[in-house]
Design a protein around this ligand. Structure first.
Ligand code: ADP
Length: 150
């Protein structure tokens, strides 16, 4: 069984995240979406709401599991018996950060990182912009996966 985790803060989970997970299902038998949960990191959405949005996104998909975690990401991968970390890449801005983390995860535990480029129509989508729009009272439904109601 090829299992990957897809870790992130997901504040909130967007259509960009959704697309990476859907495409990741071509490579993995199961993907565990791991919501990083750090008490000291302030988020707009509660952990319950972030879980709810992701559950709504993958209602009928048996190969997707959803969990929160508050450990090192690579320890979460070992905990759920995943040999891979799935990540998405939008820009050169993401690249250096992802490479550093991927290298250290491989060195620490042998867990490999698989990176998919974003679909170009989602390259501008980010949780940060979604939160900014919310703070100005704007509708963010076009940033969210299909069928998600906030
Ligand atoms: P983190 O706090 O770990 O960066 P995020 O929730 O911001 O968590 O993102 C999780 C993963 O999803 C990261 O690999 C990020 O690059 C990727 N990602 C975020 N937005 C998009 C997008 N629009 N298209 C593709 N990948 C994305």
């Amino acid at each position: 069984m090829k299992r990957a985790i897809f870790p992130g803060t997901f504040d909130p989970f967007t259509i960009g995240h959704y697309s990476i997970v859907q495409r990741g299902l071509c490579f993995f038998d199961e993907i565990v979406i791991g919501i990083g949960h750090n008490q000291s990191k302030k988020t707009l959405f509660t952990i319950e709401k972030r879980l709810d949005i992701i559950r709504q996104s993958f209602k009928d998909e048996k190969r997707i599991k959803i969990q929160s975690y508050n450990s090192l990401t690579v320890d979460f991968a070992l905990l759920v018996d995943a040999a891979f970390v799935l990540r998405g890449l939008r820009s050169v801005g993401d690249f250096e950060y992802e490479r550093t983390i991927a290298d250290s995860n491989r060195k620490l535990t042998g867990v490999e990182t698989v990176i998919l480029f974003t679909e170009s129509q989602y390259s501008y989508i980010s949780s940060t912009v979604a939160r900014d729009l919310i703070s100005y009272g704007k509708d963010i439904s076009s940033f969210l996966p299909p069928n998600v109601i906030l």
